[in-house]
Design a protein around this ligand. Structure first.
Ligand SMILES: NC(=O)c1ccc[n+]([C@@H]2O[C@H](COP(=O)([O-])OP(=O)(O)OC[C@H]3O[C@@H](n4cnc5c(N)ncnc54)[C@H](OP(=O)(O)O)[C@@H]3O)[C@@H](O)[C@H]2O)c1
Length: 331
């Protein structure tokens, strides 16, 4: 089979499609014929040499995919050869075939075609596990999503709005903020021109639960830590999932105590397979019905064939995209 690896740390041009042995499933595993994968910001970091695969994971890039079951390992009950599925991966999605622990396969939500389904596993699992399982966002609460126009952001807006939360976002242009509004955000902040703390506090001045956000989903890390704490309402929860603004910053524990607030940081990729399987099962139960009824839809910016993976990475790197960028393997 053909698969994409980064031959050395570097720019998009180090991505190389090369011949690799076909994978075969061990007990509890499944091999998929990949229909499509998608580019995640973490893939750019892996390509640059800053985010190595966890121990035991393949060096082939790709944290998610959709496809058709090609081979089933011993002890796998749910899946049969020929079934269509999408999958959360520790790596290996940028390839013609991929090995997946059976618990990380999910049904393709009804109404979504197989290629488009590749846009869903990472965003659905990340948003559900962090915003709902960890931060416990409730209907009527306010969620602030940083980077609202990105892959994670466009999904988080829709999912939170679908369960009856109010959604605030930051994004880097008026056009991107307009897209966020069309997806369900009601408070929008251009992070290049405005201070999100000021805008949010002003917009929520008269809120019953007090001003600020109940939950913040943060991709910026250190650069936003102080302001994220400032913007939290009493009993607020800050969930950090990215470090685009650095990894080290000072935490004001006094403010955290006064607000009775929580700061959590998580990563999905390095979790044990059993935990990922639990997240996938929760996504199928709670999120797929909202996709099937049209409340939440995959937002796809563009599709590139796997042979044009460098252009797909360049698109995400320059942040010209809104939503997800797909890599098609069997379009
Ligand atoms: N921990 C986990 O398990 C996990 C899982 C998946 C993703 N992530 C992280 O989640 C983040 C989003 O991932 P993605 O794949 O959705 O990437 P993406 O589509 O490239 O989105 C990144 C977003 O960052 C925004 N951004 C850049 N500078 C910003 C700033 N100063 N303030 C606010 N937003 C800013 C961009 O907004 P504009 O384009 O509007 O400038 C863009 O929408 C990444 O940091 C990724 O590593 C973490």
């Amino acid at each position: 089979m053909r698969a994409v690896i980064a031959t050395e740390p570097g720019g998009p041009d180090v991505l190389t499609l090369e011949e690799r042995p076909d994978p075969h499933p061990g007990p509890g595993e499944v091999v998929l014929d990949v229909a499509a994968s998608a580019v995640n910001r973490a893939d750019l970091l892996q390509r640059q040499g800053h985010y190595p695969p966890p121990p035991g994971a393949t060096e082939v890039l790709g944290l998610e995919c959709s496809g058709t079951v090609r081979e089933v390992g011993e002890g796998v009950e749910r899946w049969r050869v020929g079934d269509q599925a999408c999958a959360l991966l520790a790596g290996g999605g940028y390839a013609e075939q991929v090995l997946v622990p059976a618990g990380q396969l999910m049904a393709v939500p009804s109404g979504v075609d197989l290629v488009t389904a590749a846009a869903l596993p990472e965003v659905a699992c990340t948003v559900w596990s962090n915003v709902f399982m960890v931060a416990g966002l409730q209907p009527g609460e306010l969620l602030l999503v940083h980077g609202g126009a990105g892959g994670i952001g466009t999904f988080a807006i829709q999912l939170a709005a679908a369960v009856g939360a109010t959604v605030a976002v930051t994004a880097g242009s008026a056009a991107k903020l307009e897209t966020c509004r069309s997806l369900g955000a009601s408070i929008t902040v251009d992070y290049r021109q405005q201070d999100f703390v000021q805008v949010l506090k002003e917009a929520t001045r008269d809120r019953a639960g007090g001003p600020g956000a109940d939950v913040v989903l943060d991709n910026m890390g250190a650069a936003y830590l102080a302001r994220n704490l400032d913007v939290l309402a009493t009993s607020g929860r800050l969930v950090v999932i990215g470090m685009q603004g650095g990894r080290k910053a000072e935490l004001d524990l006094g403010m955290l105590m006064r607000k009775r607030a929580a700061v959590v940081a998580t990563t999905l990729r390095a979790r044990p397979a059993a935990e990922k399987a639990a997240v996938c099962a929760a996504v199928e139960e709670h999120v797929w019905p909202l996709v099937a009824d049209g409340s939440v839809r995959p937002v796809v910016h563009d599709r590139f064939p796997l042979t044009e993976v460098a252009s797909a990475h360049a698109t995400v790197e320059e942040s010209s995209h809104v939503g997800k960028v797909l890599l098609t393997v069997r379009p």
